[in-house]
Design a binder for this molecule. Structure first.
Ligand SMILES: Cc1ncc(COP(=O)(O)O)c(C=O)c1O
Length: 352
């Protein structure tokens, strides 16, 4: 074996996707998952689907697509299902951008955006969040050039948890020129409690250059099964399918997603429980003097800046894995009540 593989010269400059760590003996509040396992009926559907594991999956994900179309009251042709919404982020860049085109996103935001941009040979244009840790939509609109093809708006934003509201989002959308696709990434939509934060699907008719991303990884508790979907213009949905890895949504994943939609009310109840727990944690942390921006997701952001790594290490010493983004802050996902108590205890002994 030699080390002479003709790799892309820019490969080593790709930022790595850093997954939340799993540490034996510690609780994991690091990956924005819901602490509960998949719903029992979803587990049963997955077990049944495994019996067909010798066959390839339905390549066009037809039953799930039909089900999503009914659920959201949109034509099935507007939907593309992917192997998690992160795969769809990559497919979006592949299907929209040519080399040298620009992709605008807030920063910090979902760490996959710069990665999929660079994989797609496009140029990343990060735009800092406001001092209040919210998308700076005016600055993002100002950052659009003739080369811009995509703007990602993560709403609520990962990792800050903050969300933009309808009036400001609509004002932004009217400023975005037609040659730019706006991707509303709503991975955390089910946790939103502020009624002024719009459901992106309600914006599609008035704004044809918008696509909405959703996932089954968070409130639906299927992060390990890998299903996400995009709803947008028909031509975009078919482009997303044409650049996808064939058969990337497995049979158990398709079955799990359908079964999850069957018990959606239960799942949403549990999601509200996670939000209530998050509120309890936020109140406790604020009471200790921490700055905690209002979160519309299932995680909190502590903008600890240069103390982010120290907090991350301190939490781990107390058997809690959080996600540090040094030198900006620390993201803490809502866990089970006893897990959240551990975090509160750890935070109370962090030297101020
Ligand atoms: C904002 C955002 N979008 C998309 C994803 C990807 O989710 P998945 O690929 O599991 O559907 C995540 C995962 O953490 C996320 O935070």
């Amino acid at each position: 074996m030699t080390d002479a593989t003709p790799l892309r010269p820019d490969l080593s400059s790709l930022p790595a996707y850093v997954a939340g760590r799993t540490v034996a003996g510690a609780v994991k509040l690091a990956s924005n998952e819901v602490a509960l396992p998949p719903h029992p009926s979803v587990q049963a559907a997955v077990a049944d689907a495994v019996a067909a594991g010798n066959r390839y999956p339905d390549i066009s994900v037809s039953a799930l697509t039909r089900r999503l179309a009914e659920h959201h009251d949109v034509p099935p042709e507007r939907i593309a299902v992917g192997c998690g919404s992160v795969a769809l982020c990559q497919q979006l860049v592949s299907s929209v951008c040519s080399p040298g085109d620009e992709v605008v996103f807030a920063w910090r935001s979902f760490e996959a955006y710069p990665i999929v941009t660079l994989i797609g040979h496009a140029t990343a244009v990060p735009v800092p969040l406001t001092p209040g840790h919210v998308h700076d939509l005016d600055a993002m609109a100002d950052a659009i050039t003739d080369r811009t093809r995509i703007v990602f708006v993560c709403n609520p934003n990962n990792p800050s948890g903050t969300a933009v509201r309808r009036a400001e989002l609509e004002a932004f959308l009217t400023r975005v020129p037609d040659h730019v696709l706006v991707v509303l990434d709503e991975a955390y939509r089910e946790f939103v409690s502020d009624s002024e934060v719009p459901d992106g699907l309600t914006l599609l008719d008035a704004h044809p250059h918008v696509v909405v991303l959703r996932t089954f990884s968070k409130a639906h508790r299927l992060a390990g099964l890998r299903v996400g979907y995009a709803i947008g213009p028909t031509d975009l949905a078919s482009a997303l399918k044409s650049v996808s890895v064939p058969f990337s949504v497995s049979t158990p994943a398709q079955a799990a997603a359908i079964a999850a939609l069957d018990v959606l009310d239960d799942l949403l109840d549990d999601a509200r429980g996670a939000v209530a727990e998050l509120g309890r944690m936020a109140t406790a942390l604020r009471g200790m003097g921490y700055e905690v921006p209002d979160s519309q997701a299932n995680f909190l952001w502590l903008p600890l800046r240069e103390r982010a790594q120290a907090f991350t290490d301190h939490a781990l010493d107390h058997k809690v894995v959080v996600r540090g983004f040094s030198p900006d802050g620390v993201r803490i996902s809502a866990g089970a009540p006893d897990e959240n108590d551990l975090l509160i205890d750890a935070a109370s002994s962090f030297p101020g």
